[in-house]
Write a protein that binds this ligand. Structure first.
Ligand SMILES: [Zn+2]
Length: 457
């Protein structure tokens, strides 16, 4: 009897223990939950070593890039002005680009002397024969473990596979339909940029078989919508603005009648005074973003420093866009703040409080070294982790170092900085390793893909 009762007690005790353990697990899913601490512990390097290989295995969605060959003028709708200052890490003598050539092509040298560079040019030419047409850049994406890369280009190229490289087209040129002599003459940067906008507008006209812009403003708006619709049917997934290069990003809110009056006055000649031109552009910009909502074409906006010594950082401050982004009239438009407002990324992340506003980190990972970029990612992931997306802003440097090396540097910098940011967050008791990997999947792929409603993977 005594033995039986002992057994019964043991059973009761065991069941009780199991229930308590089960409840503890439900109430507290993170068994090591503790208050966050201000410094990483000695385990941070080990966590990094565990996370990095897993992060390297996540197929990425590159949300902003300019793939193409150096001799292809459609890689962007604009071009760098001559003699523009470039920050240290973005120069084509960055020795990390040699590491990129080694990793991608087995480059056997440690410098880029003219005779060594020739090896790289020949190697790429050979690979282009081996991987003809779209196969070449697909092979580059495979090497980077990038599943899909946005191609933000003036026009698409036949050597890019549209399934791997969805097109993001440029929408700025509709804001410059008048005589642009004053605009072009403002400084040498605008002397390069504005004629390229005029060229882009002429290409849209050609695409729609329009030989002359309509005299009637409503017809001009119809023409704009037609271009957006056709670009979407040609595979365009979003419209891109680099308006910060050409004018301040504070947008007024003029009436249709005001914009119509200006259009009627200047469409067939004469030069609009700057104030009137800006008012007209304010209306067109708002029209385009509204159409972005109607047509499910997310709006990408360049928000960062820019190329060219005359680029005005205070007039293009990402916070200038706040009144537009927080305007309830545009809640059905999805906005992607390309380059995340850099170097004002700390302010920019708070704009992502709006459900329809996302940040892209491209260029930040090329302009900064991973040690600094890690801080950007950490701060973003600690604020709105499901609103931040990965991008490289890759661009062909010159005839030797191409978009390939730029892609590599962007991808490797982002993956290592991400692993470092997450390792610190784990070590500082902010998140578990399992959660860290969820955040990594979101940033590198899932957050961006969900914006396009099944049109990209
Ligand atoms: Zn770009």
């Amino acid at each position: 009897m005594r033995a039986i009762s002992f057994d019964r007690d043991l059973v009761r005790f065991s069941i009780g223990f199991l229930i308590i353990a089960f409840l503890a697990l439900i109430c507290c899913p993170n068994p090591c939950a503790a208050q966050a601490r201000p410094f990483p512990g000695p385990d941070v390097q080990q966590i990094y070593q565990r996370l990095l290989p897993q992060i390297q295995k996540i197929p990425a969605f590159d949300h902003h890039a300019h793939p193409g060959f150096a001799d292809d003028p459609d890689v962007d709708a604009m071009a760098a002005p001559p003699d523009a200052s470039a920050p240290l890490r973005t120069r084509d003598d960055n020795p990390e680009l040699i590491a990129a050539a080694k990793a991608l092509f087995g480059y056997p040298y440690s410098d880029l002397s003219p005779e060594h560079s020739k090896w790289l040019v020949e190697k790429k030419a050979e690979l282009r024969k081996q991987y003809p047409g779209p196969a070449y850049f697909n092979m580059i994406l495979d090497k980077l473990n990038t599943e899909t890369s946005v191609a933000n280009r003036a026009m698409m190229a036949d050597y890019l596979d549209p399934k791997r490289f969805p097109w993001v087209f440029f929408a700025d040129s509709f804001m410059w339909p008048f005589n642009n002599r004053n605009e072009t003459g403002r400084n040498t940067d605008q002397g390069v940029f504005i004629p390229l906008q005029e060229k882009m507008l002429r290409r849209w006209m050609l695409q729609e078989n329009v030989s002359k812009l309509p005299a009637n403003f409503s017809d001009y708006l119809k023409f704009i919508s037609q271009v957006l619709e056709n670009n979407k049917s040609k595979g365009g997934i979003a419209q891109k603005f680099e308006v910060a290069y050409f004018r301040p990003t504070t947008f007024g809110d003029p009436s249709h009648a005001e914009a119509e009056g200006i259009y009627r006055r200047y469409i067939s000649g004469g030069m609009p005074p700057e104030k009137e031109y800006r008012t007209f552009q304010d209306y067109i910009f708002r029209y385009l973003i509204q159409e972005g909502g109607r047509l499910h074409l997310p709006v990408h906006i360049h928000t960062a420093v820019g190329i060219g010594d005359y680029f005005n950082l205070s007039q293009s401050n990402v916070m200038n866009l706040e009144s537009v982004l927080r305007d309830p009239r545009y809640v059905s438009t999805t906005f992607v703040l390309i380059h995340g407002g850099y170097p004002l990324e700390r302010e920019a992340i708070w704009l992502a409080a709006m459900k329809n506003v996302y940040l892209d980190s491209s260029f930040g990972e090329l302009a900064q070294y991973p040690s600094a970029f890690k801080e950007t990612l950490k701060m973003w992931l600690e604020t709105f982790p499901d609103k931040v997306t990965f991008g490289t802003d890759c661009f062909p440097y010159n005839q030797v170092l191409g978009a390939e090396e730029s892609y590599w540097l962007g991808v490797q910098s982002s993956r290592t900085a991400l692993a470092a940011a997450l390792s610190e967050m784990v070590s500082e008791n902010e998140i578990t390793e399992a959660r860290a990997l969820e955040l990594a999947h979101g940033y590198l792929h899932d957050n961006a893909v969900k914006l396009y409603e099944g049109r990209v993977h």
